[in-house]
Design a protein around this ligand. Structure first.
Ligand SMILES: Cc1cc2nc3c(=O)[nH]c(=O)nc-3n(C[C@H](O)[C@H](O)[C@H](O)COP(=O)(O)OP(=O)(O)OC[C@H]3O[C@@H](n4cnc5c(N)ncnc54)[C@H](O)[C@@H]3O)c2cc1C
Length: 335
């Protein structure tokens, strides 16, 4: 019997999970309140970095597994994965020295070396970093999703999770429908706690606001420059365009663009010799941050929650989706 899975949230985690679930033989309905990738997944810098993941406390094996999955997904689905490096000018290194020292035990596996870089001076250069274009990731997975027959409902929010005898029976939607489900996956990014409130589950998730500024430049770069809290990367396909992104501000669910933040980011870029000719676009997003990301059964026997990937959700999406499928299969056996 084909089981029906409802996935809530069309960000990187929900989209990838839906695709893999459909390819594993499930009947999948994906509910997205706005548009696919309208949250952080459509805003981020697309940096997939082993050293950054390790600096943020993930084990090297875990991040290597995530990168290796991206490698096979990119070939199978057809999105481009550019090998790159992260360059941290030594004069900025002291701001992240504590984290660097913590990661030093695995430094030999991170491909770290020192090099003199034009304009930046002596810098720490770490390889094992890749770049994707989140828009391209969305489009290629979306095609696979449609091929696999996933029913995508955009503009429809999950408003309430209905539970009977510790099992989810259905999802009530903003269009007034009650959708029955054998299994539900919630991947609603920073909005996950709000939805889980309907079944009295408390999740201490902190949304952290960040921006991506798309700009034209006359100082093209071939690598990622890390001057926390901002990172500057080259465009996936155009040398005259850079993306300046990052910034961290606790913001609840507020997504307003604060002009001062943008000016501060541009001035940081300018200080390290990056010339911004014209700001083409400013995007804002909320990183869903927990102490550690979770992909787990929570609140009911047939409810999987996957969120909390904070500033690494694009890198970890394929791995989170594989974990979601494993849990859904485990639940299926018990139905
Ligand atoms: C500026 C910035 C730069 C970043 N850079 C990187 C980077 O370089 N590399 C990296 O790996 N990560 C990066 N990230 C982090 C990454 O973008 C996130 O971790 C990831 O996108 C989170 O994906 P998600 O699917 O969990 O959430 P989201 O992308 O937020 O998706 C959740 C979706 O759920 C929908 N939704 C919410 N509530 C409901 C509901 N009730 N019913 C239906 N739908 C609902 C929302 O509309 C949204 O589309 C960055 C983030 C930001 C903000």
């Amino acid at each position: 019997m084909t089981r029906r899975v409802i996935v809530v949230g069309g960000g990187a985690i929900g989209l990838t999970s839906s695709t893999l679930l459909a390819r594993s033989g499930y009947r999948v309905v994906l509910l997205e309140e706005k548009k696919i990738f309208s949250g952080a997944s459509g805003v981020n810098l697309g940096i997939l970095s082993l050293p950054l993941g390790v600096l943020d406390g993930f084990s090297i094996d875990y991040v290597e597994k995530a990168l290796s999955l991206h490698n096979s997904f990119s070939r199978e689905y057809g999105y481009s994965l550019l090998p790159s490096s992260i360059v941290v000018p030594l004069r900025y290194l002291r701001t992240i020295l504590g984290e660097v020292l913590r990661a030093i035990s695995s430094i030999h596996r991170l491909g770290v070396r020192f090099r003199r870089i034009e304009n930046l001076g002596l810098s720490l250069v770490a390889s094992s970093t890749f770049l994707i274009d989140p828009g391209e990731y969305r489009d290629t997975l979306r095609r696979r999703l449609d091929e696999a027959g996933v029913e995508v409902l955009e503009g429809v929010a999950a408003e309430e999770i209905r539970v009977e005898e510790k099992r989810v029976t259905s999802i009530e939607t903003s269009s007034g429908e009650e959708l029955e489900a054998d299994i539900v996956v919630v991947a609603a990014g920073p909005w996950t706690p709000k939805l889980l409130e309907s079944i009295d589950v408390k999740l201490d998730l902190e949304p952290i606001k960040g921006y991506t500024i798309v700009a034209s430049t006359s100082t093209p770069i071939d690598y990622v420059i890390g001057v926390d809290p901002i990172f500057i990367r080259p465009h996936q396909h155009r040398r005259d365009i850079i993306l300046i992104g990052g910034y961290k501000i606790k913001s609840k669910l507020d997504t307003s663009i604060v002009e001062e933040h943008i000016e501060e980011m541009l001035s940081r870029a300018e200080k390290i010799g990056i010339v911004v000719d014209k700001v083409l676009e400013v995007k804002v997003g909320l990183r869903p941050c927990l102490d550690k990301p979770i992909t787990t059964i929570l609140g009911a026997k047939n409810l999987v929650v996957s969120t909390g990937h904070c500033r690494h959700g694009m890198m970890l999406a394929p791995l989170a989706a594989v974990e979601v499928v494993e849990l859904v299969k485990k639940i299926t056996k018990s139905l």
